[in-house]
Ligand binder design. Structure first.
Ligand SMILES: [Zn+2]
Length: 459
């Protein structure tokens, strides 16, 4: 039987080497260390022909250690090998090429939290003896690369789906969660042996100590990273990682989160949810996106939420008077852009704990001015809660020629760069699943307060 092909990718400093070592501990798998790093864009199955694969050359790799390759060659000679693989972090740049050149190959993508990745960049950048890591590759480079790797991941998923992709949440896997290991071996279609389990426990035993180490990041750097990171794509990738470990079973209809109703019908225009289930609650009329907004507000600690003074820019089933101390609805008419800007500009300053703005921003011509006006109307520590139509459909926001006055006319389609759109504000992205249909939706919170960001980020 011919072995399959396996590639390990992820932003640099994300633990791809740790994964390589773990899999190499399984004598059914051979994974090389950056064997085809320099020719990753052109690598083909011909490069894996044995005489070539086990004899690295400097044009293809900077890791030529002959002893290592001799050991791997012996492993090949001594037993059936299920996978030949290579680990190069930057394979994330060429995943579509890999999928096309190696039909059916498996790709493991590692997602690690941004702060430890950025800290690791800083450590290497500040080490004068580290010849392979120039000084300028610090935390700022880290967030740019981290965002880029997530964009490439999402691009790949849009084109090739997830059948041959396994997204590993580093912090969960290397904390020793056996469910992750079991899922990885299901993905590889290999029986999980007692020996592999033992090696996994040994490789993850020092997690409490490792995860407790201080990061090489100042508060100012952490702030920079929090503002620059693409939370939309992070939430989407986390959702993929969760799906890899525990695929969501076909949903049984549960109760509406808003009214408790248990009967559901087709949505507007006979529409079903993305998961194929009827979308609209027959009792309160809510749709997936409404229930997701309601759930996001429901996650705020009750004592805090019940003391809040909240303004909603439009009537929305996800925001209800009985959730808050004080609740007002401002029916903005997207047909009259001048009136919108005037109403927002005249909002009393320093007046609300939070403002809800759902499925509306794409219909406001000057969305940045609208957000600035909302921020002025917030009390210190306040936040704006926003939803927009599916922001992971496209990577970059597209401006449109809107036809004001026409119902539903939009000025833009927001993309996964939504969180980078508004300056000097933290954008927290929460991925929520509608309890009825299982449909995932992004809910954003915009705030100028670091403390509020942390509270909302921990929901
Ligand atoms: Zn309902």
């Amino acid at each position: 039987m011919n072995p399959g092909f396996l590639f390990i990718a992820g932003c640099e400093r994300s633990g791809t080497t740790a994964m390589e070592r773990l899999l190499n501990g399984d004598d059914r798998i051979i994974v090389t260390h950056e064997r085809f790093k320099f020719i990753r864009r052109e690598v083909t199955p011909a490069h894996f022909a044995l005489d070539r694969f086990f004899n690295p050359i400097p044009e293809e790799t900077n890791d030529l250690n002959p002893e290592v390759y001799e050991q791997l060659r012996q492993r090949w000679d001594s037993g059936p090998i299920a996978y030949l693989g290579d680990k190069v972090p930057l394979y994330y740049q060429v995943m579509p090429h890999l999928a096309e050149a190696f039909p059916g190959c498996r790709i493991i993508y590692i997602l690690r939290d941004l702060n430890p990745v950025a800290s690791s960049y800083n450590v290497r950048a500040s080490n004068p003896d580290d010849a392979n890591w120039p000084e300028h590759r610090d935390y700022r480079d880290a967030v740019a690369n981290w965002n880029e790797s997530l964009k490439r991941l999402w691009n790949f998923v849009e084109r090739f789906g997830t059948e041959h992709l396994f997204v590993v949440k580093y912090e969960r896997f290397f904390a020793g969660d056996a469910a992750c290991l079991e899922a990885l071996y299901r993905f590889l279609e290999l029986p999980l042996t007692a020996e592999v389990r033992r090696r996994f426990r040994a490789a993850t035993a020092d997690w409490p100590e490792r995860s407790g180490r201080a990061l090489q990041l100042s508060d100012g750097m952490k702030d920079y990273l929090a503002k620059k990171k693409n939370g939309t794509l992070e939430a989407a990738a986390l959702s993929l990682a969760e799906q890899c470990v525990a695929p969501q079973a076909a949903e049984t209809v549960r109760n509406c989160g808003i009214c408790g109703g248990s009967e559901f019908e087709e949505g507007p225009g006979g529409r079903h949810s993305a998961t194929g289930l009827p979308a609209r609650c027959a009792h309160c009329g809510s749709l997936e996106r409404d229930r997701v907004v309601y759930a996001a507000w429901g996650a705020i600690p009750e004592a805090r939420r019940r003391a809040m003074s909240v303004l909603s820019l439009n009537r929305h089933p996800g925001l209800r008077e009985d959730q808050f101390a004080n609740f007002q609805v401002l029916p903005l008419d997207p047909g009259d852009q001048a009136a919108i800007q005037q109403i927002l500009a005249e909002l009393p300053a320093n007046s609300f704990d939070a403002i809800g703005c759902n499925y509306l921003l794409q219909r406001i011509e000057n969305d940045r001015a609208a957000v600035q006006a909302m921020l002025r109307a917030l009390k210190p520590g306040g936040f704006i809660q926003v939803t927009v139509p599916n922001p992971v459909k496209v990577l970059a926001t597209k401006e449109l020629a809107a036809k004001p006055g026409q119902p539903g006319s939009r000025y833009r389609v927001y993309g996964a760069d939504f969180g980078e759109r508004f300056d000097d504000v933290y954008t927290v992205c929460a991925l929520e699943h509608d309890p009825v249909t299982g449909t995932p939706e992004m809910v954003y919170f915009l705030t100028e307060s670091d403390e509020t960001r942390k509270m909302l980020g921990g929901l």
